[in-house]
Design a protein around this ligand. Structure first.
Ligand code: PEP
Ligand code: MN
Length: 346
């Protein structure tokens, strides 16, 4: 059950709501975000919710059966809109293209990529400076110095940035240089990190863990929301299965299901999802047709020279072609959703 409080609810009103809940046998979790105040009780009880709903300070009471309540669509009818400022939004109402190298490598690389993206009308650049690598001997990123030039060059092109944070201690030093924090697949259930990202006032994109279920991804998002941050984006990036023919199995089943279960935006990373450059475009387009609100793709001027994930990285001309097709696929899919079927193309 979620009790949504009015924005102006004062301490004594909150106290009486808590007392009532306790007297009815509910446990209480008080949550304050930049956008609202909530009390969440995980118990399911058959009670007259008017006893709570009529109390001063209460805006609404919702019975939510889903385990992850705050991220559930069962209480929030309006989809969450992530506003990055300057007109850049990630939401169900527009298509977000996020692209860039796996790793930030040099100022020159960022400059070239950002101007390419700006020319393509892409507003969000990805790039890792703290890289989770399977081998300790592989390139592990330029760290905070890399983030600083990544940020300042992107700002000069009017581009927002998304980058991975790997541990709690990095959040503070990264904070001023980040528009969206990325939680990588390997950290999808790092609950300390998720708790800490719940306390920040910047959006967080959570990737699905390599062996994470849909429920686990939603629970990870619930960690962030329940610690005070409502600005969350869910990302399908492929899961590990018995199949060895490609890097991961991109589970596009997740997209319609996550959109049904949650009010959060859902994006797909087809680059890590399949791991093969020649098939990234196909899977990106399939992602869009499955309803993704955005895609996250790895690109590089010379993919074969990329410091990491070269095998799955697109060059600029492949990226430009993908962006055009993805935009077209998005508007086609929106038309289908709107019930239009007699479309003529070309
Ligand atoms: C990445 O985005 O480069 C990355 C490491 O992704 P993932 O966590 O999905 O493997
Ligand atoms: Mn990568």
């Amino acid at each position: 059950m979620i009790i949504q409080l009015v924005k102006s609810a004062n301490d004594s009103e909150k106290e009486s709501v808590n007392k009532m809940l306790l007297s009815m046998g509910f446990s209480i979790n008080v949550i304050e975000t930049g956008d609202g105040q909530y009390i969440v009780s995980p118990e399911n009880k058959n009670v007259d919710i008017r006893r709570i709903g009529n109390l001063p300070g209460v805006a609404d009471v919702f019975i939510v059966k889903d385990q992850s309540q705050l991220v559930s669509r069962q209480w929030k009818v309006n989809n969450t809109i992530i506003d990055l400022g300057d007109g850049v939004k990630i939401s169900r109402d527009e298509f977000s293209l996020m692209a860039g190298p796996c790793s930030i490598e040099s100022e020159e690389q960022v400059e070239k990529t950002a101007s390419f993206l700006a020319g393509q009308g892409v507003k969000i650049m990805r790039g890792g400076v703290f890289k989770p690598r399977s081998s300790p001997y592989a390139f592990r990123g330029l760290g905070i110095e890399g983030l600083k030039f990544f940020h300042s060059i992107c700002r000069s092109h009017g581009i927002k940035i998304i980058t991975e944070v790997m541990q709690v201690s990095q959040i503070a030093e990264m904070y001023d240089y980040v528009d969206v924090f990325q939680v990588g697949a390997r950290n999808s259930q790092n609950f300390n990190l998720l708790d800490a990202l719940g306390e920040v006032r910047k959006p967080v994109l959570v990737k699905r863990g390599m062996s994470g279920t849909i429920e686990e991804l939603l629970s990870s998002a619930e960690y962030i929301f329940s610690n005070g941050n409502e600005k969350i984006i869910l990302c399908e990036r492929g899961i590990r299965t018995y199949e060895k023919a490609y890097r991961n199995t991109l589970d596009l089943n997740a997209v319609p299901l996550l959109k049904e279960k949650s009010h959060l935006p859902v994006v797909v990373d087809p680059s890590h999802g399949i791991g093969m450059r020649e098939h990234v475009e196909t899977m990106a387009l399939a992602s869009v047709m499955s309803g993704a609100d955005g895609i996250l793709v790895e690109i590089h001027e010379t993919p074969e020279k990329a410091f990491s994930d070269a095998r799955q990285t697109l060059d600029y001309s492949e990226a430009a072609s993908l962006f055009d097709k993805a935009r077209l696929a998005y508007s086609l899919n929106k038309s289908f959703e709107a019930g239009l079927t007699n479309l003529s193309i070309g």
